[in-house]
Design a binder for this molecule. Structure first.
Ligand SMILES: Cc1cc2nc3c(=O)[nH]c(=O)nc-3n(C[C@H](O)[C@H](O)[C@H](O)COP(=O)(O)OP(=O)(O)OC[C@H]3O[C@@H](n4cnc5c(N)ncnc54)[C@H](O)[C@@H]3O)c2cc1C
Length: 466
């Protein structure tokens, strides 16, 4: 180990007081430097952290940051490492600060709230909340940490009903770059007390501070759930139906679009025989009477839009089987294109623009000779174009990039955004410039105020200034 690294190791062991939680081993560094998923896994950008620190308390986080800040050592906060745009890659080495040891968990049923350490995962929270008949609804698919979810303003299949992390976080404890510990927000359900600094940290991708604790909202587990899978002759009618279902105010908890090619990939992977046509996967929840009434209306709306088959069930296991196809589609893609990495856009548009945006994305992919695959949380206008990319072939990378550039430009032109849920990371910086180029100086000013030495996840969201 070079002298500087060995000094840093010794200093951090002294701060943490436990050599087992300060790791310079190759496998710990790999696990914290190579993203779990996405093109950055394959493209091999960036480098490994020099050292991984497993923090267990807010005080340890504070001391590590104060130490790193004094020496200008980069620090990348690390939750479960499931983020999609290279967010956890330590572009300049330094410390990967693993927060999974911050695992305190308090449920307050009377307030419909939980206060959790940043390292608690959403599944762990749901296991404990379930004991009280409660649930935490934000579901990005992966078993991410609540700290990482707040840091990316994660959302997912249930956002159409319950909102994203910003809507469900009431209070944050954050450690600033210099080690100061602050609290923003409160446990009240609403507040008008001054600037909302909490929402600056939500979605900051670890560039403004390290979240150590969150208070989040919980909800009652609905009494009755109906899951349905509706097949349509074309994507336009499926999209129009999604907009119609949301617009009528039905108790829609999830509404997911899966196109024909994706269904074909799922059939090949699972050996299933789902009709190979665009589908909406829908979930309605509430009381039995209300959900059954809503399901009838949903069936009618779907039929008006040309729905050709509508399978619905309230049986838990059958519902799980209906949804299985949606949940496993990433693996279905990997199975269909071995050796390739998945690249997905996560643009989001106003609901009325959704059918046009999805049509545009399909045409752009087809024109470039790609097999078009579109899916997404369409109840909130968020759609993913997915392409399997050969990361060893620069021309393939450039071709896919070119198509995604068109798809994102189209979404922005429709009044939408380049990222509905995954964040900017490394990959979408050029799109953030297109969407909010005039605001980048303001964002930089906020960053300079909170992290003057630029130690927190440098090179993410926007490029460092030369
Ligand atoms: C199969 C799959 C499906 C997915 N689907 C969705 C989806 O539907 N919706 C969605 O939103 N995302 C989705 N994602 C992406 C990912 O799950 C989310 O971005 C998630 O919020 C990341 O949480 P994490 O704990 O893994 O954070 P990490 O990946 O560890 O970190 C994410 C970012 O937050 C920072 N960070 C982590 N913890 C903290 C902290 N305590 N304080 C400050 N900064 C911190 C990191 O430095 C990094 O910049 C999916 C990922 C996978 C693998």
């Amino acid at each position: 180990m070079p002298r500087e690294a060995s000094e840093m190791h010794a200093d951090l062991v002294e701060i943490i007081g436990d050599a087992h939680r300060v790791n310079v081993g190759e496998s710990a560094r790999q696990l914290h430097g190579v993203p779990y998923v996405g093109t950055y896994k394959g493209l091999g950008k960036g480098r490994l952290p020099d050292i991984v620190v497993f923090a267990a308390t807010r005080e340890e986080v504070s001391e590590v940051l104060a130490y790193a800040n004094a020496r200008r050592i980069p620090v990348v906060a690390f939750g479960a490492g499931t983020s999609a745009d290279g967010q956890v890659i330590p572009l300049h080495g330094g410390i990967s600060l693993d927060l999974t040891g911050l695992d305190s968990l308090e449920i307050r049923p009377a307030d419909l709230q939980a206060t959790v350490g940043a390292g608690v995962t959403r599944k762990a929270l749901n296991r404990r909340a379930g004991e009280h008949g409660l649930m935490f609804p934000v579901d990005p698919g992966a078993d991410a940490t609540l700290g990482g979810m707040a840091a990316t303003n994660a959302s997912g299949t249930t956002t159409v009903r319950y909102g994203a992390m910003r809507h469900n976080t009431l209070e944050l404890e954050v450690v600033l770059a210099d080690g100061r510990i602050i609290r923003t927000g409160s446990r009240a359900l609403k507040t008008s007390a001054g600037y909302n600094l909490m929402h600056l940290f939500i979605g900051c991708e670890g560039t403004l501070g390290v979240i150590t604790e969150l208070t989040v909202r919980l909800y009652g587990i609905p009494e009755h759930v109906i899951a349905a899978r509706a097949g349509f002759p074309d994507l336009d009618s499926a999209c129009r139906c999604a907009v119609g279902l949301v617009g009528t105010g039905l108790a829609v908890t999830r509404i997911e679009l899966v196109d024909r090619d994706t269904i074909a990939a799922i059939n090949a992977y699972k050996g299933s025989s789902i009709a190979e046509q665009p589908h909406l996967f829908v979930e309605l929840s509430g009381t039995q009477a209300s959900v059954e009434a809503d399901a009838r209306i949903a069936r009618e709306i779907a039929s008006v839009e040309g729905c050709e088959r509508f399978d619905a069930t309230s049986d838990h296991e059958e519902a799980a089987r209906l949804w299985e196809a949606r949940h496993e589609l990433l693996f279905a893609f990997e199975n269909r294109y071995p050796g390739r990495a998945v690249k997905g856009s996560d643009a989001c548009v106003p609901l009325s623009e959704l059918p046009g945006a999805v049509r545009f994305a399909r045409e752009a992919m087809t024109n470039a000779g790609l097999e078009p695959s579109i899916l997404g949380h369409v109840g909130d206008g968020n759609y993913h174009a997915m392409a399997m990319i050969d990361t060893n072939d620069p021309s393939d990378v450039a071709r896919v990039e070119g198509v995604f550039d068109q798809i994102v430009a189209d979404a922005i032109a429709r009044g939408g955004t380049c990222s509905g849920e995954h964040g900017i990371g490394i990959g979408k910086q050029k799109y953030l410039l297109q969407e909010h180029g005039d605001l980048i100086p303001l964002m930089r000013a906020v960053k300079a105020e909170l992290d003057p030495n630029g130690i927190l996840n440098p090179g993410k969201i926007f490029a460092e200034q030369g």
